[in-house]
Design a protein around this ligand. Structure first.
Ligand code: SF4
Length: 327
């Protein structure tokens, strides 16, 4: 019998109450697909701090309200904003394709993992596509890898990261927009709680892997207050982060479709200002970005944090072929 239908005759007490209950909300269904890919590594635009990016998944179950990557589903003619969160594509044949591409690429290249979707989103628990990529990197040398995630699932792969770090440079960027768990729940409904992310920072730092925290995107009048950012930087430092960054929210048309209704619902007093500033522009104009840049720089100085992972020179003659990395 379905909830909300007439209860079966003979039910009494809690069984009868349960049978009569109205459906408040049906559980969302996430569908996972195997996606054939011809290539995995994407060349980035000139001027980026890394030359290549790698995203083992398309779509992201974390469903952050500000996510800029929703456009990647639009390429597949999936234009409903929930499709990005509920239709997750896991790329196939990670090992063979990546091995082939790395062979063609050679050493000394910087590769960023997780630029468009989170490599440790829930799908990774079952499909291991990010881990499969790391296993390939562990057999290579002379690469500069950075991984960006909001998930403490990355701690599962710490020993693999240590193995990679023997012959390559590797660093981890953990995104924490706020320490306020209720605000994080609103902004990033299905991502791990901020305190779990901080614990991941600690575990990664204790394993000797350079790790930093990024409060990205910094959302005007929502997460940008100096005391919030200060508290986050201090907690990051206390958990072993060595660097701290920060970039201001930008809203592509695909993100506005989700973010404006979110602001209207939860921060109605800010809606007019968000509309004025982002209606026709993805990036904020005016001095705000400089104010935030200076704010972050001052906070970094206060807690002895740098702006990025340490540059690591690998001595000539060792098996990393003397390559200088700094992502
Ligand atoms: S974790 Fe990143 S990719 Fe995933 S929904 Fe959030 S912002 Fe988008």
């Amino acid at each position: 019998m379905l909830f909300g239908d007439s209860p079966a005759p003979g039910l009494v007490g809690i069984a009868k109450l349960a049978a009569q209950s109205e459906v408040l909300e049906a559980k969302r269904v996430v569908r996972y697909f195997e996606m054939e890919s011809r290539s995995l590594l994407n060349r980035t635009r000139p001027g980026m701090p890394f030359e290549w990016s790698l995203n083992p998944y398309r779509g992201c179950e974390f469903g952050c309200q500000y996510c800029y990557a929703r456009y990647t589903h639009e390429f597949m003619e999936l234009r409903d904003s929930v499709d990005f969160e509920d239709m997750i594509y896991a790329k196939s044949a990670i090992g063979p394709i990546l091995r082939r591409e790395l062979k063609q690429m050679g050493t000394g290249k910087a590769i960023a993992i997780g630029t468009a979707t989170d490599p440790y989103q829930p799908a990774e628990r079952r499909f291991h596509r990010t881990r499969q990529a790391l296993e390939v990197f562990a057999q290579h040398r002379g690469l500069g890898l950075s991984i960006t995630t909001k998930s403490d699932l990355i701690t599962r792969d710490i020993s693999l990261l240590q193995e990679i770090a023997k012959r390559n440079s590797v660093s981890v960027n953990i995104t924490i927009t706020t320490l306020d768990a209720s605000l994080a729940r609103l902004l990033e409904p299905r991502a791990p709680r901020p305190e779990l992310r901080l614990k991941a920072v600690q575990a990664i730092a204790e394993a000797g892997i350079p790790v930093g925290v990024f409060p990205n995107p910094i959302m005007p009048l929502i997460t940008d207050q100096p005391e919030r950012l200060d508290r986050l930087a201090k907690a990051s430092r206390d958990h072993g982060a060595s660097y701290f960054g920060g970039g201001v929210l930008f809203l592509m048309p695909c993100s506005r479709k989700v973010f404006f209704p979110f602001v209207e619902k939860h921060f109605p007093h800010l809606l007019r200002r968000y509309r004025e500033n982002y209606e026709n522009e993805a990036y904020l104009k005016g001095p705000y970005r400089e104010i935030i840049r200076d704010r972050i720089a001052a906070i970094r100085e206060r807690y002895g944090l740098s702006s990025g992972p340490p540059r690591r020179e690998i001595a000539a003659g060792d098996d990393t072929q003397g390559v200088l990395f700094g992502i």
